[in-house]
Design a protein around this ligand. Structure first.
Ligand SMILES: *Cc1c(COP(=O)(O)O)cnc(C)c1O
Length: 375
């Protein structure tokens, strides 16, 4: 089944982005099986890491996911429309004035400060109902969450809090590096805090934690990047790739030895070259730093089955590729080349672009022709 989601007609745009819903579901089932008996949630923030919130939500639901995390109330509201029966947590906390949105759409805030807890308790009191929420405890990342002493304070009045404490949560800072000492320290601190809240489900692991030591799993794991085919740990290959990106060749041109390509004349070709100019650029989420220069090789795309390096800087809407080694009959203006897929992943672009696969995924352009495929 190939499902068209509302999108831009292919003839009006420079690229085709295909999301493999089957791979997405398989990645979910794979992680869920590895962490059982812990439960496996799915993290859908940032438009499901760029692949599309609504179709991703439906796919994970069919694969068995029942608990979901988003970053913002607006994402929670969209997700509630897509999944009426899901448990939805909003990670970034309880923004001032957002309480009614949580109440109306049955969203659970992840409360990350004493002030947020007080605000949720006041809202619950006004509603006359101990509504569910998670509490985030910081164990060393210093981003969101109660300080350990504040968590102890909450534990002391555990039986009289004015909301339902449905989940205790903390977040790992370094689980992608298997030997990083902070992970063991965070685990130890989280175990100690979780022990103060008997009977409350606990959750610590992101993708890297879910694919790591069992001790990190607790009751619920919260994978994001691994579901979407990105690399979660330095010591493991990614699961199945989910995104394919094909870019249109706008023009093919000849460039003479010593001539430069693109802005800043940053890369001069060293031989008589054929260059394909593709109709996509950094405005489509391709990291600008992944271009080529005289000092550094650029990322590669697949042209007629061959890896061809970018040449020169990436522009806003265009980029150039050296196709000199591709037989002339195998490639023509108007053809599509593969920028993601066929062994080229978001992490390859990230390495060349000085960033991480997460950023490449979540930056995927909004002006591609998008196809959601599910067989
Ligand atoms: C983003 C996020 C996750 C998912 O992280 P991945 O590394 O993508 O698996 C889990 N928990 C929290 C709190 C997050 O912010």
């Amino acid at each position: 089944m190939s499902e068209r989601i509302p999108t831009i007609p292919i003839e009006e745009t420079g690229g085709r982005l295909t999301v493999d819903g089957t791979a997405l579901a398989e990645n979910y089932r794979e992680i869920a099986a590895r962490v059982a008996p812990a439960q496996c949630a799915a993290v859908l923030k940032a438009d499901a890491y760029g692949v599309g919130l609504e179709p991703a939500a439906a796919t994970f639901w069919r694969a068995g996911a029942r608990v979901f995390f988003v970053a913002l109330p607006i994402e929670g509201r969209r997700l509630r429309t897509a999944l009426p029966d899901a448990t939805i947590y909003v990670l970034n906390g309880l923004f001032e004035g957002s309480e009614p949105v949580f109440g109306t759409h049955d969203l659970r805030p992840v409360l990350g400060s004493v002030e947020e807890i007080a605000r949720w308790e006041a809202f619950c009191a006004a509603q006359g109902e101990a509504l569910p929420a998670a509490v985030h405890v910081d164990t060393g990342m210093n981003r969101l969450g109660l300080a350990p002493a504040e968590a102890i304070g909450l534990a002391d009045r555990r039986n009289e809090v004015g909301f339902t404490l449905a989940l205790l949560l903390s977040h790992l800072a370094c689980a992608d590096e298997p030997l990083h000492p902070l992970t063991a320290r965070q685990l130890e601190d989280f175990q100690a805090i979780a022990a103060l809240f008997p009977g409350v489900p606990a959750s610590l692991a992101n993708s890297a934690g879910a694919l790591g030591d069992r001790a990190l799993h607790f009751d619920l794991v919260r994978p994001g990047i691994a579901l979407y085919g990105g690399r979660a740990r330095a010591d493991q290959l990614p699961l199945r790739p989910v995104v394919t990106l094909e870019l249109r060749i706008a023009q093919i041109r000849t460039v003479h030895e010593g001539e430069a390509v693109g802005y800043g004349a940053a890369e001069r070709v060293r031989r008589l070259s054929r260059v394909a100019v593709l109709s996509a650029g950094y405005a489509d989420g391709l990291p600008r730093f992944a271009g080529g220069s005289d000092l550094k090789r650029g990322a590669c795309v697949l042209v007629a089955g061959r890896r061809c390096p970018l040449v020169g800087r990436i522009s806003m809407d265009l980029l150039a590729v050296d196709i000199t080694d591709v037989p002339e009959d195998d490639v023509h203006a108007g053809d599509f080349v593969t920028a993601l897929g066929g062994g080229i992943g978001v992490d390859d672009w990230a390495v060349h672009g000085g960033t991480i696969g997460y950023e490449v995924l979540t930056s995927l352009g909004r002006r591609y022709h998008r196809v959601w495929r599910e067989d």
